[in-house]
Design a protein around this ligand. Structure first.
Ligand code: PHE
Length: 535
């Protein structure tokens, strides 16, 4: 029957089909598209390249290969590529990506192209009468000697007679050197030759990415630099009629503004606060975390032996440990109602102790504030109906885990008026929760020491496809209200829920320590979207 503690732990209320609305972009003001032309105009090379490309396309159908074109006008392909991208962006040209493969010489291949192949060098170094291996090796160096002797022997250019190396033919053609030169100048050569050279690692394949170009739908032979702003001068002189204006790029991201951001809990709190205000509720002053047991428990008809009043469930203060300043008359009536009842109640029949009521604690619910407010209302000469709400911090000595901290925020609403019924409570709950986006509600009888009847509030969660508890509610008992001095026909309907739970659901946070406390990531707060409840 513990009104909080482990059982209460399960009662942190789930939010509902709360929906997002993204924050209006922080990227305002809109930024103009980067201007590729102005980027290039400082560079005479690209001005020249642009003239060349547009000029070429004026008379010719297309540019078939951007690499060749870049080489022909003497700019690097990278430079030309940047220009092509800009021209394409403005639809001045159509660019198709092409890939081209070509063979290029390796370092070794280049050396042979210049100096001749090892086999040719080997052959040339043999005098007509022949030469000893050792002398030839000395002449050529070990590497050329080894490579050359193998290839020359394979070509049947040479013979070995004991230690002597001799020519087998009169003269040779250095085909390797010739074909390397042809490949180097871009000529196509036969597959067999390519395979041989590839095997000897004298050439490798290179893939080029390039473009073929033709006129785009907005082709012009000379590009005008688009204006970014319409100025007074343009209007006065009338030259705006002939100018091209750059279009706004509505998708451009501007730098993030470094400003203060609201914590997610505060964002949701504001939304809920607005709901209460729309429903005509006034905010209660909740700016006292420290409360006496009297206002937190006794005035709520919560007996002094109740397990919630144990230090395992509640944080008691060492200094100041107690509050002596309590409303004496009222305190007397509270003592009586606990001990022997009255107002139609039997009471609890125990010996009520003032020291227990004086003990200071960190308030365990904001219902302590509601109680103070109702008491203040009862002290007025004429009763005025009231709708009160609060959203503020409460403290419970709970084991900290993924969904529980020893402190959380409680949302509380109450209506105090003549002749209120359980039907009114159900009606107002349906109104309140539907504004939060929870329109399917069910109620289950429950127990609170200070309400009778009491109801747990459940709502159908479309996402989880089940009924989940979203709050606790009830009608304050006569044992609580009548000792305050409220008129007999005045009833109070009230309900409470936590702020953290719906916020966690809204922001997709599964560990409460990511939402509250020293482990919170500031970037999360910066980048969180705002929420709009109940839309
Ligand atoms: N004080 C209750 C709690 O902490 C919430 C509540 C408020 C219940 C008002 C009923 C009426 O759970």
């Amino acid at each position: 029957m513990g009104f909080y503690g482990p059982k209460y732990a399960k009662r942190l209320y789930l939010g509902w089909k709360w929906k997002w609305k993204w924050k209006s972009p922080r990227h305002l003001p809109l930024r103009l598209q980067p201007c590729p032309l102005s980027k290039h105009s400082s560079n005479s090379n690209s001005v020249m390249a642009e003239e060349a490309v547009l000029g070429f396309l004026q008379t010719k159908e297309h540019i078939s290969d951007s690499h060749e074109f870049a080489a022909s006008i003497g700019v690097s392909h990278t430079e030309l590529e940047n220009l092509i991208k800009s021209l394409k962006g403005f639809q001045i040209v159509d660019a198709q990506e092409i890939t081209r493969e070509s063979w290029v010489l390796t370092e070794e291949g280049k050396t042979y192209m210049v100096n001749g192949s090892p086999e040719a060098l080997f052959f040339s170094a043999i005098p007509p009468e022949g030469i000893s291996r050792s002398n030839l090796k000395e002449k050529l160096g070990a590497e050329i000697f080894d490579l050359g002797s193998k290839a020359a022997a394979k070509n049947k250019w040479i013979t070995f007679e004991k230690d002597l190396v001799k020519r087998k033919v009169e003269s040779v053609q250095d085909e390797v050197k010739n074909v390397l030169a042809r490949i180097n100048s871009g000529e196509a050569v036969g597959d067999q030759v390519i395979n041989d050279l590839k095997r000897r690692k004298l050439i490798i394949k290179q893939t080029w990415k390039g473009y073929s170009l033709k006129k785009g739908p907005k082709y012009v032979s000379k590009r005008k630099k688009p204006e970014t702003d319409l100025t007074r001068e343009h209007i006065v002189s009338g030259d705006w009629k002939n100018l091209e204006f750059k279009e706004y790029n509505l998708n451009a991201e501007a730098p993030q503004i470094q400003a203060g951001y609201l914590h997610s809990l505060l964002e949701v709190r504001e939304q809920i606060q607005n709901i209460f205000l729309e429903m005509g509720f006034e905010e209660m002053p909740t700016n006292n975390f420290v409360e006496s047991s009297f206002w937190n428990f006794d005035a709520l008809f919560q007996p002094q032996q109740h397990p919630a009043r144990d230090s395992h469930d509640t944080f008691f203060l060492e200094t100041p440990a107690s509050t002596q300043n309590l409303p004496e008359d009222y305190l007397g009536r509270v003592k009586l109602v606990h001990e022997s009842g009255g107002y139609g109640s039997k009471g609890y029949g125990y010996d009520w102790k003032r020291e227990e009521a004086e003990k200071d604690l960190l308030r365990t619910h904001t219902t302590a504030v509601s109680t103070r407010m109702l008491y203040a209302l009862a002290q007025q000469d004429t009763f005025t109906p009231k709708r009160y709400y609060s959203i503020d911090r409460v403290f419970r000595n709970e084991a900290v885990d993924r969904t529980h901290l020893a402190e959380f925020h409680q949302i509380e609403g109450l209506i105090c008026d003549r002749g209120l019924t359980l039907g009114d409570l159900i009606g107002v709950l349906e109104d309140f929760f539907s504004r939060l986006g929870m329109s399917k509600l069910r109620f289950k009888p429950a127990y609170n020491p200070y309400t009778e009847p009491s109801m747990e509030i459940f709502s159908y969660h479309d996402g989880l496809q089940k009924w989940v508890e979203v709050g606790n509610s009830g009608m304050f008992r006569p044992e609580m209200l009548l000792p305050m001095g409220l008129p007999e026909d005045v009833n109070v309907i009230a309900w409470g829920l936590s702020l953290e739970r719906p916020t966690m659901i809204l922001y997709g946070i599964s560990n409460i320590r990511d939402l509250f406390g020293p482990k919170v990531d500031f970037n999360l707060i910066k980048s969180n979207p705002i929420c709009r409840l109940g839309l």
